[in-house]
Design a protein around this ligand. Structure first.
Ligand code: ADP
Ligand code: ZN
Ligand code: ZN
Length: 728
């Protein structure tokens, strides 16, 4: 008691949705040296025991009126979370205004959050063992050898095995209390396995302009097939030679296998995967290997940005424009933006790579915050595909396709080439309608129409998952004249099967999962001869389809004139990403864009100029409307089971906060969301647009403060989304 009274009060991030740290007395008998920030502690919380992370100490001289509880136990001898990572997590909690304990939870694998100790992969001397003299066990050579090795430093199972030390010897020494199991760092092989190709002039120039010294954010703006991945590989090699590690973020699980394979083919260094499908035990092992430096490269999705490293030397965010980098529930962070912040804190470079950079990234580059590197040549020559708009106004359509598209499709197939048709709507048709009275089948829980899935004979709600049999008769008038209205991929596939005598590959989430898409696409990419690929946005991500000569975008109007201000940006990214997959083998690929607005300035930019011109045009519009990336946007959203409650709640919050909202911040709402009811919950929002980051943060804090203190019905949830990706 006496001794720990002199120890500081510790501040703990508790894994609960609470926006504060909690103070505890250190565990009884804990040494001050055990109380390093970044260790896990077991603490009593209410009637429960929880595992939190020690974040900080309370300043000396702190005295409290309240009686503090005592933490029960420190779980780690060494911090699991480095000082830099602690700083990053605190920044993220502040920037996204998300409860700190939940932010910390994102940085640890589940097994460690639940208090398990790190897996042991080797041996070290015990205290007793450290007392042994050099040359101990002169008459037992294998024991002597084991002790001699461990006197140098802790050894991994692998290296002990290589040295010929048997498990029996180790267990015998353990029985004598001379050695114990431990988490041990190994030396990772750094050498190269496969030689790189001769670099192109463009690649060489970029590498010359990209010194890997200290923090700098680089935009690698290169068309698909320009060899960005090769640039990543070269940069990583430099970092590995220095004994540092690299983190590579990819937007989708489906992209990890191909990326891992490419890295493993090049380097002997251990490359590990970090994503939600890695089995729990493997995840902890990978996490530990990165933390100890036993692995040198991590390839992972979003949450990998919070992984622990021994010495992080480079971060790469591939396909940085991809909306999947933004987490859409709970802790709503952008892994790309966190990656930039992390690089700054770790003082290492970060590379954002894309053929279609996000508006935010281009804006930062134009203001000189990021270095802008361009790659405009395809590897192996070959022209980028030509983009052509097809005016479909008034023209007859078959399965959504105009005569011009059908003609080119037939032509492509006659040449023995592949064609790709892109339609971002799965199912047979987006609606079921009664031909006699006009009734439309709707979800009973959402303000949404049910999608017809004919092959499964079901109506599905794509928002809440509701499923029902396709009815025989209209619910309103009883007529049997029910029509599937509109077009989905299933229907397009059916039409193609009936009208074309070539293999048809449909790729959407009804037929392939996120993890199997990669192997499926590889399979399709390797087939030769005429065939048609039909699919949704799953096709837009990072896969090369060298035999595709024609890409048809069935409907680009939906995004161009949708409710979301990011619609046109997404449309252009999809078109260029899907188009970029095509015609890699040869030149002359074509992308046909079916639209009712061929004269729209954005469509014209896309067709006649390039993405840069398109983005410049789009930026003008965003600037005029004060929207991101020029303005700062956040939303306060809520959902509840009674329609009026949400609006009342947000109105109260806004009224109470009004005087504290800076004049450079405009608040719009409360408004119902674009889909006012989803899964039985009514949804409302306040949109806040600020001229600068500081005003946005001020407004955000006052609104949060008022939201926390406002009266609300029990079942009302609210949350903020900073830099939201979807604002419809
Ligand atoms: P990106 O990532 O920009 O889409 P990749 O790095 O995947 O492009 O390169 C496209 C193709 O060109 C790959 O098959 C790659 O192996 C090849 N490639 C890249 N750089 C070179 C080079 N310097 N010489 C020959 N082939 C290259
Ligand atoms: Zn009817
Ligand atoms: Zn629904």
């Amino acid at each position: 008691m006496e001794s720990s009274a002199q120890l500081p009060v510790i501040r703990v991030a508790v894994p609960l949705p609470l926006r504060q740290l909690f103070d505890y007395l250190p565990p009884a008998g804990a040494a001050a040296s055990a109380l390093e920030p970044g260790v896990r502690v077991r603490i009593p919380f209410g009637r429960r025991d929880l595992i939190g992370v020690l974040v900080d100490h309370q300043a000396a001289g702190f005295s409290s009126e309240v009686e503090l509880k005592r933490a029960e136990q420190v779980l780690d001898a060494q911090p699991l979370i480095s000082r830099q990572l602690l700083k990053l997590l605190r920044w993220a909690s502040e920037y996204y205004q998300h409860p700190i304990g939940e932010v910390f939870a994102a940085a640890l694998p589940g097994a460690l959050r639940s208090g398990r100790s790190l897996p042991h992969n080797g041996w070290e001397l015990t205290q007793r063992g450290r007392g042994l003299p050099a040359g101990a066990f002169p008459r037992a050579p294998s024991r002597a050898a084991a002790i001699a090795l461990l006197q140098r430093r802790p050894q991994s199972n692998q290296s002990l095995k290589t040295e010929g030390i048997s498990r029996a010897v180790l267990l015998a020494l353990k029985k004598l209390d001379l050695i114990q199991t431990a988490a041990v760092a190994e030396t990772d092989k750094k050498s190269r396995r496969e030689d790189p190709p001769q670099l192109s002039a463009e690649q060489q120039q970029i590498l010359r302009n990209l010194p890997l010294e200290g923090f700098q954010c680089h935009l690698l703006d290169g068309i698909t097939g320009s060899g960005k991945t090769e640039v990543y590989l070269q940069l990583i090699e430099t970092v590995l030679k220095r004994g540092e590690q690299a983190l590579v973020l990819v937007p989708e699980i489906g992209l990890t296998p191909q990326t891992l394979n490419r890295f493993r083919a090049r380097f002997c260094a251990r490359t590990v995967a970090l994503h939600s499908s890695v089995p729990a035990g493997q995840k902890v092992a990978n996490w530990q290997d990165l933390k100890l430096g036993n692995a040198s490269i991590a390839v992972g999705t979003r949450s990998a940005v919070f992984c622990s490293f021994q010495k992080l030397g480079l971060i790469i965010v591939d396909e940085e424009h991809d909306p999947s980098y933004k987490q859409q529930d709970g802790f709503r962070y952008s892994a790309r933006d966190v990656a930039v912040k992390r690089a700054q804190i770790e003082n290492c470079p970060v590379i954002l790579g894309s053929a279609t950079p996000a508006m935010e990234t281009l804006f930062n580059a134009s203001r000189g915050r990021y270095e802008h590197h361009r790659m405009r040549m395809r590897q192996g020559g070959g022209e980028p595909p030509q983009i052509v708009a097809i005016d479909v106004r008034g023209s007859p359509l078959q399965a959504g396709m105009s005569e011009s598209l059908l003609t080119e499709l037939r032509h492509t197939l006659a040449n023995g080439d592949q064609a790709l048709l892109f339609l971002n709507r799965r199912g047979y048709a987006p609606a079921l309608q009664c031909h006699d009275c006009g009734w439309v089948a709707e979800c009973e829980h959402c303000d949404a129409r049910l999608t017809v899935h004919l092959r499964r004979r079901r109506l599905l709600c794509h928002y809440c998952g509701l499923q029902q049999l396709v009815p025989e008769r209209c619910s309103a008038c009883g007529s049997a004249a029910l029509l599937a209205r509109g077009l989905g991929t299933e229907q397009l596939e059916e039409y193609l099967l009936q009208n074309f005598d070539v293999p048809i590959h449909r790729l959407d989430s009804d037929v392939v999962t996120g993890t199997s898409i990669s192997s499926k696409l590889d399979e399709v990419a390797q087939t030769h001869g005429a065939s048609i690929i039909v699919g949704t946005q799953m096709l837009s991500k990072g896969h090369h389809l060298p035999n595709v000569q024609l890409v048809g975008i069935i409907d680009c109007d939906a995004l161009l004139h949708g409710a979301d201000f990011r619609g046109p940006e997404r449309m252009a990214q999809l078109v260029l990403q899907v188009g970029g997959r095509a015609g890699r083998g040869r030149s002359g690929g074509r992308v046909l864009l079916q639209t009712h607005y061929p004269d729209d300035p954005l469509i014209r930019q896309l067709v006649s100029e390039d993405y840069a011109a398109f983005a410049a045009q789009l930026l003008l519009d965003r600037r005029q409307r004060g929207l991101p990336p020029v303005g700062q946007l956040f939303v306060l959203r809520c959902d509840c089971s009674r329609d009026s409650d949400g609006e009342t709640f947000l109105r109260t919050v806004l009224d109470n906060a009004r005087t504290k909202i800076p004049s450079r911040c405009r608040v719009i709402g409360p408004l119902p969301a674009a889909m006012p009811r989803r899964a039985g919950r009514y949804r409302h929002q306040l949109l806040c647009l600020a001229e600068d980051r500081q005003s946005a943060q001020m407004a955000l804090k006052s609104l949060l403060h008022c939201a926390e203190s406002a009266k609300r019905p029990r079942d009302l949830n609210w949350f903020v989304d900073v830099d939201p990706q979807e604002v419809a």
